[in-house]
Design a protein around this ligand. Structure first.
Ligand code: THU
Length: 139
């Protein structure tokens, strides 16, 4: 059973490290992987706005970098649950790019917990957020 409250707390804590001088929109994300490890990420903006990376993708890339290799294919685990916390009155839903990247390591049942500083919370699944993801059928 996933401790989703703890995962949301981890996302809220890392949002304090958000580098968001342009939007002033702090986002934190925490991933629980299939090995029981938690990986966090935050949004990192850039003066060239389009180079900004979202908190969710930061967390996914951190997960891959931090995972101990268990096979020759990839050391990365699978995503059991992901929390996204924003410093805002309402929770927000991950952007389309992040949904596709989360799908690479998750599955339709992956839990997505959305929270915010005002205390609101919404629980959905990755399958609900991105029901028809791109998949490379040539692989
Ligand atoms: N942002 C995220 O970190 N995650 C999302 O799913 C959407 C948006 C960030 C990017 C940017 O730094 C700020 O929020 C405003 O768009």
């Amino acid at each position: 059973m996933t401790d989703t409250d703890a995962l949301l707390d981890a996302a809220a804590r890392v949002a304090a490290n958000s580098y968001s001088p342009y939007s002033q929109f702090r986002v934190g994300s925490a991933i629980l992987d299939s090995r029981g490890e938690v990986h966090v990420g935050t949004n990192v903006e850039n003066a060239s706005y389009g180079l900004t990376i979202c908190a969710e993708r930061s967390a996914v890339f951190g997960m891959v970098a931090e995972s101990v290799s268990a096979s020759s294919e990839s050391g990365a685990g699978r995503i059991i649950a992901v929390a996204v916390w924003v410093d805002a009155p309402e929770p927000v839903s991950p952007c389309g790019a992040c949904r596709q990247v989360l799908t690479e390591f998750g599955n339709p049942d992956t839990e997505v917990i959305l929270g915010c500083s005002a205390g609101g919370r919404r629980d959905v699944t990755l399958g609900e957020l991105l029901p028809d993801p791109f998949s490379d059928l040539t692989l």
